[in-house]
Design a binder for this molecule. Structure first.
Ligand code: GLA
Length: 384
C-alpha cells in the first residue's frame, strides 16, 4: 500500500477527517559506519522504502496514533504526554511529539495514521522514517517549519531521550534531507553536507541477510562505549581531541597501547573509515566507480575485523557478491550485527545479480534473502 491515496482512505474511514499526508524515506549507507557519533563523515542515500503519515486535527484534546503495520491504535492525552517511551512502536511518534512539546510548542489533539514499507530491524532506518514523517506531520498542525537539518536533530533527540536508543544523526538527517539520484556526504560535526550524483547506470541493490538488527540492542552501545574509551585515552595526550573525528592513525600508533585491545580496534575502524568516506565522496564526484568499489570493500573488512560489527551471514553476503557480473562494491550497511548489505551494481546487470546472489546465499546459509533493487530518493516532504 505504498500510496498516499490508500492511507488517506484508511484515515478518513477511521477518523472521519480529511488528513494532510507526509512521507519520509528509509536510507542505505554507502560508506561511513559508526562515524556519526564520533562527529565524523557518512555518505548515505535515501531510498524508495518509506513511512507515510496522515494527520488531522481533533477537538477533544486527544492524540490518537494508529499504525497500519501493527494494526493497533493508541490514545494519549495531549495535555499529559508520557515522559519516556514504553518499548512500544508508538514510542517513535510520541518521542517526536514529546521533543516538540519540550521545544515550547503547545500540542493540540490530533489523529495520526502511519504506514510504512521500510523492512523493520533490517538496518534501513525504519525508526528514523517514522520519526521524520511524524515530525513533519505534527509540525503542520502546530505551525512549525523547521529546516531539514534542525528537524533531523529533533528526531535524533526523540530517539536518544525518549525511545532510549543511543543513535547518531545519520539516519534522521538523510531521511529529512535526501535528494533523488544522489548520495549525501554529511559532516556530522557541523551538519554541512554535499550531494554527489549517483550515475544513472548504477543501481542500489540491497540484500537483506534476514538477521535482525537493532540499535537498541546491547552491541551498538558496547561499540559506542569502546569508541569513547579510545577517544578519552587520546584526549589525555591531545586535549583538543574531543571525538575520534579529531584523531589520527598516528595517535593510535603512539597511545593505542594504553587502551583496551577492543577500544584500539574500534578506534582504528572509525579513524580509517572517516578517511575512506571522504575519499569515497571524491571518487563518486569524479565518476571513479572502481575506486568507490575498492573503498567499500576496504570498509567492509574494517567493519567486520576491527569493529567486529558484522556477522557470518553479512560476511557471506558480501563475499558471495564479489565475482558476480556488474558488481562495483559491496559492504554491510547500517548499525551492524545483521541487517542488509549494499551492493552498487551496473543497472543493466542488477536483476541477474540479485537472482544469482539470492541463490548463492540460500545455498550457503540456508536462508532465503530479500533482495531489493532501489534508487536514491528525495528526503521527507508533504505529499498532498
Ligand atoms: C545506526 C544509527 C546511526 C549510525 C549507524 C552506524 O543506523 O542509527 O546513527 O550510528 O547505526 O553507522
Amino acid at each position: 500500500m505504498h500510496d498516499p491515496a490508500s492511507l488517506r482512505t484508511l484515515h478518513v474511514n477511521r477518523f472521519q477527517a480529511e488528513p494532510a499526508i507526509f512521507v519520509a524515506p528509509g536510507r542505505v549507507n554507502l560508506i561511513g559506519e559508526h562515524t556519526d557519533y564520533a562527529e565524523g563523515f557518512v555518505m548515505p542515500a535515501a531510498i524508495d522504502f518509506a513511512t507515510l503519515a496522515a494527520i488531522s486535527p481533533r477537538a477533544d484534546g486527544k492524540i490518537v496514533v494508529y499504525s497500519e503495520n501493527f494494526k493497533e491504535e493508541k490514545t494519549y492525552d495531549a495535555a499529559a504526554l508520557p515522559p519516556k517511551g514504553s518499548k512500544h512502536w508508538s514510542d517513535y511518534p510520541m518521542g517526536v511529539v514529546s521533543i516538540l512539546a519540550g521545544e515550547g510548542h503547545a500540542i493540540p489533539g490530533f489523529s495520526l495514521s502511519l504506514w510504512g514499507d521500510v523492512p523493520l530491524g533490517s538496518g534501513l532506518s525504519s525508526s528514523a522514517a517514522i520519526e521524520v514523517a511524524t515530525a513533519l506531520a505534527v509540525s503542520s498542525v502546530i505551525g512549525a517549519n523547521y529546516p531539514g537539518p534542525v528537524l533531523a536533530r529533533l528526531c535524533q533527540r526523540a530517539e536518544n531521550e525518549f525511545v532510549g536508543a543511543n543513535c547518531g544523526i545519520m539516519d534522521q538527517f538523510i531521511s529529512a534531507n535526501g535528494a533523488e539520484d544522489h548520495a549525501l556526504l554529511l559532516d556530522c560535526r557541523d551538519l554541512s553536507f554535499k550531494l554527489a550524483p549517483i550515475p544513472a547506470s548504477v543501481a542500489l541493490v540491497i540484500a537483506n541477510t534476514m538477521v535482525k538488527h537493532s540499535v537498541a540492542g546491547g552491541e551498538y552501545s558496547t561499540r559506542r562505549a569502546e569508541v569513547e574509551e579510545a577517544c578519552a585515552v587520546i584526549a589525555q595526550h591531545r586535549p583538543e581531541v574531543r571525538f575520534l573525528r579529531d584523531a589520527t592513525v598516528s595517535d593510535l600508533e603512539k597511545w593505542g597501547g594504553e587502551m583496551s585491545p577492543n577500544a584500539l580496534k574500534r578506534a582504528r575502524h572509525v579513524i580509517t573509515e572517516n578517511l575512506r568516506t571522504v575519499a569515497a565522496a571524491e571518487a563518486l564526484l569524479n565518476h571513479d566507480m572502481a575506486e568507490l568499489g575498492r573503498l567499500m570493500a576496504e570498509a567492509h573488512v574494517s567493519y567486520s575485523r576491527d569493529f567486529e560489527g558484522s556477522c557470518v551471514e553479512a560476511d557471506a553476503m558480501v563475499a558471495l557478491a564479489q565475482d558476480l557480473p556488474g558488481l562495483i562494491g559491496a559492504r554491510l550497511t547500517g548499525g551492524g550485527f545483521g541487517g542488509c548489505t549494499i551492493n552498487l551494481v551496473e543497472k543493466d546487470q542488477a536483476h541477474a545479480f540479485a537472482e544469482a546472489l539470492a541463490a548463492r546465499y540460500t545455498t550457503e546459509i540456508g536462508i532465503v534473502p530479500q533482495i531489493h533493487i532501489c534508487h536514491a530518493s528525495n528526503g521527507a516532504h508533504k505529499v498532498n
